[in-house]
Design a protein around this ligand. Structure first.
Ligand code: GLA
Length: 396
């Protein structure tokens, strides 16, 4: 994943202090001039507005953005257990779901030719019953590739990949209409000679042609499905430029690419204008490509690279519940991002990567710690971030 600089870390700390300062105010009243503080009297600090979460209005999240884009959430089948609050929130507030794990190749086909569609089918049934879409994520991802798929010569690997993609896309033909075909095939290395990530796929095949094999097989299996190239850190200029190069390469070869999936694993130090630039740059280069935000979350930590590499110097746990100043900063970011995305017609789906803060992968990655990156708290109650994007009058 991304490495973070000491500067980013400082911005996190500075950002929190700045947000707290914004909410500090004081002064007397016109009718009581004698009470006005002089320069030696500390200004009284108002307590921050209290925040009490309430059950969200029916359908308010998806309905707020209905004319702009679908609002999706990454889930698993167990979250649809009858009577559960998770089921209620998913069906009520979202109109799209993504399988967090159960549509990945290592899960679907741990052995060659043996398909485990049980949980993915359950997700489809749950989505279908509630009138939600199911996004397909992801046909090819180096971190979820079963070992058998990469064994043999490049020609044999090609056959295995094409067979897998054909079988899975055919299974969901007419049901899953958007597929992340290749996930994270672009390098993070700003100095690399090639934009392609050096993975076991690249090594086994000897080049990036496995990407076009996957897209072409998916198109052949379901000509109506839209096919996406997805990756993280497209909010960063270097990664974004490489993504555009790869998309251009694919289009130059007439590979059937319909859209870009921007994961958007952001942090409270991320720049929302930069994140929106990712959409604008794709729009500027490729008229007609769809943009989707596929894995949105806003972590409350910006750790140094050593935390990711060796587990050292990770930022201390902010605890639970999340500190109010961070909650406000995050809510403002969600609001700015959603408002900005709504101005960009090429964006037709925005998915958050998990339902409640307690469900997030960021509680264990890069280290075990409370994180609060999503729209619902650990009790499935809406956070400030939720109100920020569903009520324009909500005072963050
Ligand atoms: C990447 C993948 C997702 C998911 C997250 C971590 O972003 O694309 O499918 O595995 O990592 O949860």
């Amino acid at each position: 994943m991304t490495k973070f600089s000491a500067r980013d870390r400082l911005r996190l700390i500075g950002g929190g202090a700045a947000a707290a300062a914004l909410h500090a105010c004081g002064g007397g009243t016109p009718s009581a001039p004698a009470a006005l503080p002089d320069s030696k009297t500390p200004l009284p600090i108002s307590p921050p507005p209290t925040f009490t979460p309430a059950v969200p209005a029916t359908g308010i999240l998806k309905n707020t953005w209905r004319n702009n884009f679908d609002v999706g959430v990454a889930v698993e089948a167990y979250q649809f257990s009858p009577q559960s609050l998770s089921r209620k929130r998913i069906l009520d507030q979202f109109n799209s779901i993504t399988a967090e794990y159960t549509l990945k190749a290592a899960f679907i086909a741990p052995q060659e030719g043996v398909y485990n569609f049980e949980f993915a089918d359950q997700l489809w049934d749950a989505a279908q019953a509630g009138g939600l879409k199911l996004r397909g994520h992801a046909l090819l991802w180096h971190e979820a590739t079963p070992a058998w798929m990469l064994q043999g010569s490049p020609a044999q690997i090609r056959t295995k990949l094409e067979t897998y993609v054909t079988d899975v896309v055919t299974h969901f033909r007419g049901r899953i209409t958007d597929w992340d075909v290749c996930n994270e095939v672009i390098t993070d290395d700003d100095w690399a000679n090639s934009p392609y990530r050096d993975t076991q796929w690249l090594q086994a095949v000897g080049g990036p042609e496995y990407i076009s094999w996957a897209f072409e097989a998916a198109r052949a299996a379901d000509p109506d499905a839209r096919l996406f190239l997805s990756d993280y850190s497209t909010e960063l200029p270097g990664k974004r430029a490489r993504l555009i190069t790869v998309a251009q390469d694919l289009l130059d070869m007439d590979v059937p690419l319909d859209g870009i999936g921007h994961q958007m694993h952001l942090r409270t130090t991320s720049s929302i204008p930069d994140a929106l630039t990712a959409i604008d740059d794709v729009d500027g280069m490729f008229a007609g490509l769809v943009n989707q935000v596929t894995e949105l979350d806003i972590s409350v930590y910006t750790d140094p690279g050593s935390c990711y590499e060796t587990g050292t110097n990770c930022l201390p746990d902010v605890g639970n519940p999340m500190p109010a100043d961070i909650a406000r900063q995050q809510a403002q970011m969600y609001r700015d991002f959603f408002n900005g995305l709504a101005l960009r017609p090429s964006v037709d789906s925005v998915t958050v990567w998990g339902l409640s803060d307690g469900d997030s992968w960021l509680n264990t990655n890069p280290t075990v710690r409370y994180n609060h990156p999503l729209l619902f708290d650990r009790d499935f109650m809406p956070k400030r971030a939720f109100y920020a994007i569903t009520d324009p009058g909500f005072d963050i």
